[in-house]
Write a protein that binds this ligand. Structure first.
Ligand code: ZN
Length: 162
């Protein structure tokens, strides 16, 4: 696997560039997804126009479909090579807020377990899906198997033959 990947990076209002970044390292609860399909959301247009602030250097994009490239050692229920989708909010699944079902207020790492996430995480406060690879933290809380409708649907896979 190459050490670098392509990513759509926010530089400043009016400027998003395709550049290289290191492929993310994963921890024991995480997954690395090879992105096969993603899209541009209206929110990305607001980011481009400077109407929604994100940090310069952030990879944008929060609609990932892909294939699991690497799985953390503690992730159960998924396997490398599996086709998956990932949610944009990216809660931990194990904070007090998550355990009560308030995933958008997941406060993992805080003393009480509650904190406003700011709506969603990837492409907002953490590198997003418009890249070759995406780090999915706490993979068991944030992945779902890609739905199968009984036939292969090559038009949805970005032409990769999956
Ligand atoms: Zn969106």
């Amino acid at each position: 696997m190459p050490a670098k990947m392509r990513a759509a990076i926010f530089v400043e209002p009016g400027r998003i560039v395709l550049d290289e970044k290191p492929i993310p390292e994963i921890g024991p609860l995480d997954a690395l997804i090879r992105i096969t399909t993603t899209t541009i959301c209206g929110t990305d247009i607001h980011i481009m126009k400077g109407e929604y602030p994100v940090e310069p250097g952030l990879t944008i994009g929060h609609e990932p479909v892909g294939v699991i490239e690497k799985l953390g050692s503690m992730v159960k229920g998924y396997e490398e090579g599996q086709r998956v989708i990932a949610g944009a909010i990216m809660p931990s699944g194990h904070s007090n807020a998550s355990l009560y079902g308030f995933h958008s207020q997941c406060g993992a790492g805080t003393a009480h377990g509650w904190k406003a996430l700011g709506g969603w995480r990837i492409g907002n406060t953490q590198d997003g899906a418009q890249a070759d690879y995406l780090l999915v933290p706490d993979a068991m809380a944030n992945l779902a198997p890609f739905p199968i409708w009984g036939h292969s649907i090559p038009i949805l896979n970005g032409g990769t033959g999956f």
